[in-house]
Ligand binder design. Structure first.
Ligand code: PLP
Length: 266
């Protein structure tokens, strides 16, 4: 693993973070930016939506016009040396198409796509039309796709009830076009905290002792951002995935309570 470039005066690469703003401070761009900073890179943001929520419910999300989103990509990102992109909440077909067009002019920039559909509280963030557009135009452009089990089930139409179901689900997701799938097992009700990393060359388990914590906000966001940060530092996908899992586990172990939520320490 390369060392973070944190010394004073040293140039840092930037990671572009695309997603929604969670005003309750637990997930979305706020968490993404903290992860990227912590891992020694510079976060650059393109906001897709303001997801008005607390830890119990999503009241509403106000999705930005695609033109405003596109301007952020063009103006904010233009002067930075981008090492990777992480995308989370992509709520409209227009935003997804604008993003895909921008990406098509940067074919070598690695994309880590967290196919966010719902908030941890259960509130819907992305509708069926956007999910279909994301699958069609962004999955084939993704270096790593990081679904949780609910997202994997929604995307493949398969039920995933235990570890035996992971390899087939990952295969079905790979058929949708991403180079790698990091299938997150954290929502399984029993057993170890097992994730499955797969490409067309096969799959491997990443296993850790299960933590008996309730729902912690922003875990999916943090994992995908950490993978993107490690890719920007030049790590391979398997190395980036392992490092990101270790990083997330430490952030979960140190988490604090505020309001009705449990929040990562980053
Ligand atoms: N992005 C936004 C803007 C959100 O509000 C949420 C959840 O609330 C997420 C992503 C997904 O969060 P998590 O990492 O908890 O799955």
């Amino acid at each position: 693993m390369s060392s973070p470039e944190t010394a004073a005066g040293v140039d840092r690469h930037a990671v572009l973070l695309v997603g929604g703003l969670d005003p309750s401070g637990g997930a979305g761009l706020f968490t993404d930016a903290m992860v990227v900073r912590k891992l020694g890179l510079h976060p650059v943001l393109a906001t897709t939506s303001i997801a008005v929520q607390n830890t119990s419910r999503v009241a509403r999300h106000y999705d930005l016009p695609a033109a405003l989103f596109g301007e952020q990509l063009n103006v904010t990102a233009e002067e930075f040396s981008l090492g990777a992109v992480k995308a989370g909440m992509l709520p409209t077909v227009e935003i997804i198409e604008t993003f895909a067009e921008w990406l098509s002019t940067r074919p070598r920039l690695p994309l880590v796509l967290d196919p966010v559909l719902r908030a941890t509280s259960g509130g819907e963030l992305v509708d069926a039309a956007a999910m279909q557009a994301m699958t069609r135009v962004l999955f084939p452009r993704s270096r790593v796709l990081t679904p949780n089990l609910d997202e994997a089930a929604a995307l493949t139409g398969r039920s995933i009830n235990g570890r035996d179901d992971f390899p087939k689900a990952a295969e079905a997701l790979l058929e949708l076009g991403p180079e790698w799938v990091f299938l997150k097992g954290g929502h399984l009700s029993r057993g170890e905290a097992a994730d499955y990393l797969a490409s067309s060359r096969g799959g491997t388990w990443l296993v850790d002792a299960r933590r008996a914590y309730g729902n912690t906000r922003g875990t999916g966001c943090a994992l995908a951002s950490a993978i993107a940060a490690h890719l920007a530092r030049g790590d391979s996908v398997p190395d980036a995935a392992r490092a990101a899992k270790t990083f997330l586990t430490a952030a979960m172990d140190a988490a604090y309570h505020c309001g009705k939520g449990r929040f990562l320490v980053l």
